[in-house]
Design a binder for this molecule. Structure first.
Ligand code: NAP
Ligand code: MG
Length: 497
């Protein structure tokens, strides 16, 4: 059965005035009574009013999460029971794939073909993968050199966890945060981004339906400076997991110092994507297009610095520009759309501001560089843009744009390109395109990035660790690497004498 926009608009979920927040198993309005609006970026129209959480709501959510962590059914559940709840949630997400995909597309603007084929199925996969970990959190027995001692470790949950997420992949970011935290037995307060609160809140309904005990997951929508800051500063929160900008990440680290919270940070990027002349060029050019234009370029791993060997530079830049021109720009809900709107007016201004800066500093847009010439498209649209005649020092080649804008940069040899690729405050991801297996591995080793893709780009899987080097953050999500972030080790010594 396919869900349509009108079905969604009339759904009980969006009929709420406002959409409420989840605290201690109850759906409630904000303590202040305040609300905020979330928009459909394809049209600029208001989609829903949402209860606006603030310090008082965060405090109530922390109290509920603490209670659920210390007493009641949650700490008594067996690992198998925790795993089953996560699996059940994955089933419910799959059951509602059409509805969730449409809600995500309406709130964020991303093309429906991607939210349906990727965002929602990957969200279900994520919960399923971590359902399996609940029963595999093993400690060690330690062969200490003190006679008669039996020494072992236990892996215990960290406690009450605050999770703050961005707007670019709203439900997937919620899953990346919630699934490992819950598999490890923590309780959570999740704050979605103000631009895209809807799928996280709808997920909250499914979490209750799956049977998670009250207070295990609390979801409070609101603004970063108020709700987010209150969560980070709260003395009874044990850990903060944050995904967002490097600028806000630094603030979070400072604000969390009061009770020495554990902090993990997934931050920005300015990722190099390197095409060697021996690559399958047709394939590489298509890869370069996906690397920068997927999700309207609003992805922290965006391949925004395209390094191309000078012998194939003109061919690659003209091929990429042609592919960009051929992309269909359209409403998120149109199934034929390749490139939707940016998430907000603010983001539109930021991205078009960078485009203007690029032109002013002397770069040349081979394609794009403006709003699409189509009166039907009233939302926050910008054309896919390719810049050449760029130098490494230009603003557009150094700063994260977080939009469909790529800078093409010619290079001559392997050492040179690796050094230039690494000359960035960021180190999140990188791409390498070559048919020479030695060059591929050598370049991967030389790049200072948390993820390197060879002859592919933007691959993610719940089993594969993901995270940054340098100012792209620390800690890893996904795979067993993330379990370190949501457990702590207790060492137990037993005197057997
Ligand atoms: P952002 O401004 O850093 O916001 C991220 C989240 O932090 C939002 O929920 C925001 O609340 C909240 N926030 C803002 N100020 C806060 C404060 N003082 N205390 C606590 N929370 C606060 O980033 P964004 O503009 O939403 O997202 C784009 C950025 O995220 C890019 O730089 C991108 O690279 C990065 N990103 C990284 C990854 C990754 O995995 N490494 C993934 C996606 C995005 P509001 O609701 O008020 O915005
Ligand atoms: Mg919205």
């Amino acid at each position: 059965m396919t869900t349509h926009v009108t079905d969604i608009a009339q759904s009980a979920f969006l009929q709420q005035q406002p959409v409420k927040m989840l605290i201690g198993g109850q759906w409630v309005n904000s303590a202040s009574g305040k609300t905020f609006e979330t928009f459909n970026p394809s049209t600029g129209e208001v989609l829903a009013k949402v209860a606006e959480g603030d310090a008082e709501d965060i405090n109530r959510a922390v109290v509920a999460a603490r209670k659920a962590f210390e007493s009641g059914p949650w700490p008594k559940l067996t690992p198998s029971q925790r795993g089953r709840l996560l699996w059940k949630l994955a089933d419910l997400i799959e059951k509602h794939v059409d509805e969730l995909a449409l809600l995500e597309t309406l709130d964020n603007g991303k093309p429906i073909k991607y939210s349906k084929a990727a965002d929602i199925p990957l969200t279900a996969d994520h919960f399923r993968y971590f359902a399996g970990w609940a029963t595999k959190l093993e400690g060690d027995t330690i062969p200490v050199s003190i006679p008669n001692m039996f020494t072992y470790t236990l892996r215990e949950p960290v406690g009450v966890v605050g999770q703050i997420i961005p707007w670019n992949f709203p439900i997937q970011m919620a899953a990346w945060k919630l699934a490992p935290a819950l598999a490890c037995g923590n309780t959570v307060i999740l704050k979605p981004a103000e631009q895209t609160p809807l799928t996280a809140l709808r997920l909250g309904e499914l979490i209750s339906e799956a049977g998670f005990p009250d207070g295990v997951v609390n979801i409070v929508a609101g603004f970063g400076e108020t709700a987010g800051a209150a969560l980070v500063a709260h003395p009874d929160v044990d850990k903060i997991a944050f995904t967002g900008s490097t600028e806000v990440g630094k603030k979070i680290l400072q604000a969390s110092a009061g009770n020495l919270k554990r902090v993990t940070l997934e931050l920005g990027g300015k990722s190099p994507n390197i095409i060697f002349p021996d690559a399958d060029l047709k394939f590489a050019v298509r890869g370069a297009m996906n690397a920068i234009f997927f999700n309207q370029g609003q992805i922290c791993t965006a391949g925004s610095r395209l390094f191309v060997h000078k012998s194939v530079y003109d061919q690659v830049v003209s091929g990429l520009s042609d592919l960009a021109k051929g992309m269909k720009i359209g409403l998120g809900v149109d199934p034929t759309t390749d490139l939707g709107p940016l998430v907000s007016q603010e983001q539109w201004e930021r991205v078009t501001g960078y485009i203007e800066t690029g032109k002013r500093e002397g770069a040349n847009a081979t394609t794009g560089g403006a709003r699409p010439d189509n009166e039907q498209l009233k939302g926050y649209f910008v054309q896919p843009t390719v810049f050449d005649n760029v130098s490494d020092e230009m603003t557009i080649a150094r700063e994260e744009i977080f939009g469909p804008v790529v800078t093409a940069l010619p290079f001559e040899d392997v050492e040179e390109v690796a050094a230039r690729a690494n000359k960035s405050i960021y180190g999140l991801a990188a791409g390498v395109w070559t048919s020479d297996v030695k060059k591929a591995h050598k370049t991967a080793a030389a790049l200072k990035a948390g993820v390197v893709w060879i002859n592919t780009y933007n691959q993610f899987d719940a089993a594969a660790p993901f995270g940054g080097y340098k100012q792209s953050g620390y800690g890893r999500e996904m795979g067993h690497a993330v379990l370190d972030a949501y457990t702590q080790t207790k060492t137990v010594w037993v005197n057997l004498r």
